[in-house]
Ligand binder design. Structure first.
Ligand SMILES: Cc1ncc(COP(=O)(O)O)c(C=O)c1O
Length: 476
């Protein structure tokens, strides 16, 4: 019978002659490192003794020990073989500590809905309305040029210049040096929140849920600013909340997510006065602007309050979500801290996409795109309102934002929204339960967003028909 060839074995023993323990340790180490896979045949005792100049029986004693530890087996007339890998747990190998317990994932929703479902509550715009061809054109032109090898954490300068120019055209005095480019508004919120020395933030309730969850996860104490989109802002109530001295108020003053509410001019001024009186800084998230007809803009806190209002906006919804480009405009003394926070989080973002957006702005494509987009959104908005009038049962109300991508649909208290959610899901319609959006109070609204920016008029009609049916069924 031919025997399997045996492996060469390196036994380390320093200057001295190897002992049985040295052989055991070396074989153990080689098995653990994978150098001696299961089935490897160890050198015959005599060969090993000869190789290492050992006294009689030393190698045999070592092999006996390895057999006893369950690492090898001696097969009669065949030799000594390494055993299968499961025996490796017999090794005295130190394992690192397991990952400590993780925090529960805060609200994890899929980024993509399953095929065949209609998302009635998304904040995204129908991809049919987005300028993918022109973006591709800009991307091709950018990659034809030399792609910069370096980056700076503040963001691609030509993009910062183009952003500042656009903001100046809207009456905001912003310079390129005051703009920090981010991977969307979410990163802007992240770097601002990380930079605060006093961990307390006031924010509307309900609010954009991922802002609330982000601030919470960074350890901020949250102060809710009660917002009823049907009644407007109760400034007296906000006064009492702001008197708790948060360091920052995070505010979505136009086309608020999730309610669609926009502050009136009196509320903008009232909120600015309150924040000034209580020493509260403002972070304004202007996500829904540029989605209002006739190229009009709503007045905003940054416009009235000046440079000390931190201002956040993003191209992700209006241009192309996958580009993930947004920015924060801050007064010059805050910029170094914000850039430092961004550096900690990502070192810097991808200049390639930033250069594509810069090219898109530079060519004037963004303005042309926004004009077309607003026209399409206006048509969808008008049609959505008409369909709601037509289809919704009595007792259902909705906000009339006049811009932005969504409105709020308010249902009678007797409707259990989670039950409705499940009922609709079975019919392929997804709505998002807004329970995570309320801050420090029980939900005072009972509904969800309706996304007229996402659905075509026909899709809107069929999902609202399903919704109306479901409401009638659940009301019975
Ligand atoms: C109000 C608001 N702010 C910020 C964001 C995050 O936007 P971005 O995609 O630019 O990170 C969203 C996303 O839906 C939002 O609704």
């Amino acid at each position: 019978m031919t025997r399997a060839p045996y492996v060469g074995l390196h036994v380390s023993s320093g200057e001295r002659r190897a002992t049985a323990a040295d052989i055991v340790a070396s074989v153990q180490r080689e098995i653990a490192s994978g150098a001696l896979p299961a089935g490897s045949r160890l050198p015959p005792v005599r060969a090993l003794e000869k190789q290492l100049g050992l006294s009689k029986n030393t190698a045999q004693a070592a092999y006996d020990e390895l057999v006893a530890r369950g690492l090898v087996e001696a097969r009669e007339r065949e030799g000594v073989f390494v055993l299968a890998a499961q025996r490796v747990d017999a090794l005295a190998v130190t394992t690192p500590a397991p990952l400590p317990r993780l925090v529960p994932p805060p609200l994890s929703r899929p980024d993509f809905m399953p095929r065949g479902t209609t998302n009635l509550s998304t904040v995204f715009i129908d991809p049919e309305l987005l300028p993918t061809e022109r973006i591709a054109e800009c991307a091709r032109s950018v990659v034809r040029e030399r792609i910069p090898a370096q980056y700076d954490a503040q963001g691609y300068r030509p993009l910062r210049e183009a952003i500042a120019k656009r903001l100046r055209a809207r009456g905001l005095d912003v310079e390129a040096d005051e703009v920090v480019v981010t991977t969307g508004s979410q990163q802007s919120l992240d770097i601002v929140a990380r930079a605060l020395a006093t961990p307390r933030i006031a924010l509307e309730s309900p609010v954009y849920a991922y802002a609330k969850l982000l601030f919470e996860s960074l350890g901020h104490e949250l102060v809710g600013l009660h917002l009823d989109p049907f009644a407007g802002i109760d400034l007296g109530r906000w006064d009492r909340a702001l008197a708790t001295k948060p360091s920052l108020a995070y505010l979505i003053s136009s086309f608020h997510n999730p309610t669609g509410y926009s502050y009136t001019s009196a509320e903008l001024r009232g909120v600015l006065d309150l924040c000034r009186a209580h020493g509260v800084a403002i972070l304004e998230d202007d996500w829904g602007s540029d989605m209002l007809s006739d190229g009009e803009y709503r007045p905003m806190l940054r416009m009235l309050g000046g440079k000390s209002v931190l201002y956040v906006n993003s191209f992700t919804k209006k241009l192309l979500p996958s580009l993930r480009v947004g920015f924060v405009a801050a007064s010059p003394e805050l910029v170094p801290t914000l850039v430092a926070m961004k550096r900690l989080s990502t070192l810097g973002n991808a200049w390639l996409t930033e250069a594509v957006v810069a090219e898109f702005l530079d060519r004037g494509y963004y303005d042309t795109h926004l004009q077309a987009l607003q026209k399409a959104l206006d048509a969808r908005y008008t049609s959505c309102l008409a369909q709601l009038e037509d289809l919704m049962p009595d007792g259902v109300r909705w906000t009339r934002p006049g811009g932005g991508p969504t409105l709020w649909l308010e249902l009678p208290r007797s409707i259990d929204v989670p039950a409705l959610e499940q009922h609709l899901a079975r019919r392929g319609v997804v709505v998002s339960n807004a329970s995570a959006a309320f801050v420090g109070e029980a939900p005072h609204l009972n509904g969800f967003r309706i996304s007229y920016a996402w659905l075509s008029e026909a899709e809107m009609r069929s999902s609202l028909t399903i919704l109306a049916d479901a409401l009638r069924t659940l009301a019975r």
